[in-house]
Design a protein. Structure first.
Length: 276
């Protein structure tokens, strides 16, 4: 990883406040109350949106009595969905200040501020004092964080005994060398991407028992290709709501993801595990 790079180099993370224009176009002007079921259609930055978050609720058996930490929360879409669906208390931890600030406003407008707390901090150095969580969730975020062994240990540290974690993340593909590493770092901010097998081994070494593990590569390859096609087809409407520059930024990012999946340079994993 080139130390000069920043997660903001990823074109996916341009204009954090652009979601407000999307909501206005759906009939929710600035400051208005929001329906979490509407917001969840556009506030999820991972694949398959709220359906994937529901997988986590089911896999970890999250209840209203639980405390949950989301790592790399972005706008906090999964956090809000978990709170609204399961009634759990959720902390949405996000490094990027603009996404965390926008996420906090979305949560307030959804009427979920009593259940969802937004915190802007670095996962590797954040201090929760004596607080420990029943569950940790992360969607397409952990591969951004350098020092995989350290952050895996941090997840274990922040979980209560017997606590569980649900992760969806990018992995090295079967032909990882097909991607120029400098380009991959710049386009995806890939600080700690490893193989599917190494991912599982790392969790085992950190004190976790694997509850389920799925190779998501084929699924996500098809999903990202369809997403790109749909995004291009929707260009006129997108530009009318936003602008041409943002359309080009997102098209560039979506195209690169398709390129990497098509070349088998990257893959994906969905995994649930329990702290021993």
């Amino acid at each position: 990883m080139n130390e000069a790079l920043n997660v903001k180099d990823m074109k996916l993370y341009a204009e954090a406040d652009s979601i407000f224009a999307d909501l206005a176009a759906r009939g929710f002007p600035a400051g208005s109350a929001l329906d979490v079921n509407v917001v969840s259609q556009i506030d999820q930055l991972h694949y398959h949106g709220a359906a994937s978050v529901h997988q986590a609720i089911d896999a970890l058996a999250i209840t209203a009595q639980a405390s949950v930490l989301e790592v790399g929360a972005g706008w906090g879409g999964p956090s809000r969905y978990i709170a609204a669906t399961a009634g759990a208390r959720v902390t949405a931890l996000e490094l990027q200040e603009d996404f965390s600030t926008v996420g906090e406003e979305l949560t307030r407008r959804c009427g979920l501020a009593a259940l969802v707390t937004h915190r802007r901090d670095d996962f590797l150095t954040v201090d929760f004092g004596d607080e420990r969580f029943d569950h940790v969730g992360s969607w397409l975020a952990l591969y951004h964080i350098p020092d995989r062994a350290r952050y895996t240990a941090k997840i274990a540290e922040l979980l209560k005994p017997g606590g569980t974690v649900f992760i969806e993340d990018l992995t090295q593909g079967t032909d990882f060398a097909a991607a120029d590493q400098g380009t991959l770092d710049r386009e995806l901010f890939a600080s700690s991407m490893v193989s599917y097998e190494t991912y599982i081994d790392g969790l085992n070494r950190a004190g976790f028992d694997i509850l389920s593990a799925h190779d998501m590569t084929d699924d996500w390859r098809a999903f990202t290709a369809a997403r790109l096609d749909a995004f291009i087809d929707n260009r006129e409407a997108f530009v009318r709501i936003h602008n041409e520059a943002l359309f080009e930024d997102k098209k560039h990012f979506y195209s690169k993801i398709v390129e990497y999946f098509t070349a088998d340079a990257i893959g994906g994993i969905r995994i649930a595990a329990q702290k021993r």
